[in-house]
Write a protein that binds this ligand. Structure first.
Ligand SMILES: [Fe+2]
Ligand SMILES: [Fe+2]
Length: 175
């Protein structure tokens, strides 16, 4: 199999299914963050902390970039005025930038726990974790309830190709 073939295999699926899968993983990540917060300060699953840290640091910014660079602009172009999406997409995009910053701050603290060290301020970390997962669960719910169903209706086959190509190029740059 050539390099080009293997790239194509990654995106053989509908890119919207890949985004939906990312959302499902994010819901699991939020549940894991709740378990970590509940276990503080002493009942810590180090491996889970390291996994969540990696997800917050690498997967989340890439997903936000997929949405902002491609999914949202395509959907803005195709949405009908009655869809009422314009304000919602802008709000979701503005949440991305604060969530990405907050996620990287939390990831640093979780990496410390992942290395088997104690949190210097478990109360603050618990507060940050809860603030993040409560807010992020709502973000994913909005996207799953409003954005994804409309994307499946409105985006054309060419749009889906463009989305897949953009996601592929985002991963090449990140890798
Ligand atoms: Fe988003
Ligand atoms: Fe999303």
């Amino acid at each position: 199999m050539t390099h080009a073939d293997s790239d194509r295999v990654i995106f053989a699926r509908n890119p919207l299914d890949m985004i939906a899968h990312a959302h499902a993983v994010q819901v699991q990540m939020c549940d894991a963050m709740e378990r970590i917060a509940d276990g503080l300060p002493d009942d810590i699953d180090r491996r889970l902390c390291a996994q969540v840290a990696a997800c917050l640091q690498f997967d989340l910014p890439l997903h936000h970039y997929d949405e902002e660079s491609s999914l949202f602009p395509l959907l803005k172009m195709r949405a009908l005025p009655d869809d009422g999406l314009e304000g919602i997409l802008d709000r979701l995009a503005s949440e991305h930038s604060s969530d990405t910053d907050f996620a990287s701050e939390i990831a640093e603290s979780l990496e410390v726990l992942g290395q088997g060290k104690k949190s210097p301020n478990p109360d603050m970390l618990g507060y940050m974790l809860r603030g993040f997962f409560e807010r992020y669960r709502r973000h994913v719910q909005w996207e799953n309830a409003l954005v994804m169903p409309l994307a499946r209706i409105r985006l054309t086959a060419e749009d889906l190709d463009a989305l897949a190509a953009s996601m592929e190029s985002n991963r090449r740059q990140a890798g």
